[in-house]
Design a protein around this ligand. Structure first.
Ligand code: GTB
Length: 212
């Protein structure tokens, strides 16, 4: 039985790939693991059957036999540990790739999510104009550091890994803000991620759902 993931039955972004099932689909495509998708409505996500899988009532989830997982970081790590292709064989290189996965979700993603919140959910607040530049600068601080580390390498630590998959997935969210273009090596890094055939397949699969 292939694993089953959950995704929005209709993503608010209309299929632009911003919902987090895209990164899980991408990981599954990278390792060549077929998967099934169960689409859930916002209402169904808050009902007991889904809450049993995801305590916070969100997507994506991952089910494989009697294993149920939530949190994209843990799902992608699980996929990467069980299949070849997303983590190096060398133990130290593997640990470093996992560090980049954590850095993506724990250090780089939080200020990006704050920016998304500031631009979308807080734009009508009287203090929004004053706060937005501060939030943007917090994102820039992280991008500057990340850009310095990446330099002119293709990927963060040798060959493409689950660390790059998670980091590029996190950075995708910045595209509409224009900030990414201030760091040409990061913009090129994200473009390299998007150009991967596995990413293209993942993107098209989620788009098909959201444009049907
Ligand atoms: N930390 C968790 C993880 O990485 O798995 C976060 C999961 C999460 O945020 N899930 C979102 C969700 O289920 C969907 S991806 N939200 C519904 C809820 O909380 O009630 C976030 C998302 C949603 C929509 C867009 N969009 O339309 O552009 C982009 C990203």
């Amino acid at each position: 039985m292939p694993p089953t993931i959950t995704a929005f039955d209709r993503s608010p972004d209309g299929g632009k790939g911003r919902a987090r099932d895209t990164r899980v689909r991408w990981a599954l495509e990278e390792v060549g693991q077929p998967y099934e998708v169960r689409l859930v409505s916002f209402q169904a996500m808050k009902e007991p059957a889904h809450l049993a899988l995801h305590p916070f009532g969100q997507i994506p989830t991952y089910e494989e036999g009697d294993l149920a997982l939530f949190e994209t970081g843990s799902i992608v790590l699980h996929i990467a540990e069980r299949h070849a292709g997303l983590l190096p064989d060398d133990a130290n290189a593997r640990a470093r790739a996992i560090s980049w996965m954590f850095a993506a979700v724990n250090t780089v993603e939080p200020p990006i999510l704050e920016l998304v919140t500031a631009r979308i959910l807080e734009s009508d607040k009287p203090w929004s104009k004053e706060r937005l530049p501060l939030v943007m600068d917090r994102v820039r601080d992280r991008l500057k550091q990340l850009a310095a580390r990446l330099g002119d390498a293709d990927w963060l630590d040798g060959a493409f890994s689950a660390g790059d998959l998670m980091m590029a997935s996190v950075l995708f969210r910045l595209r509409t803000s224009g900030i990414l273009d201030e760091y040409p090596n990061l913009a090129a890094y994200v473009a390299r991620g998007e150009a991967r055939p596995a990413y293209r397949r993942a993107f098209e699969a989620q788009r098909a759902v959201n444009t049907r």
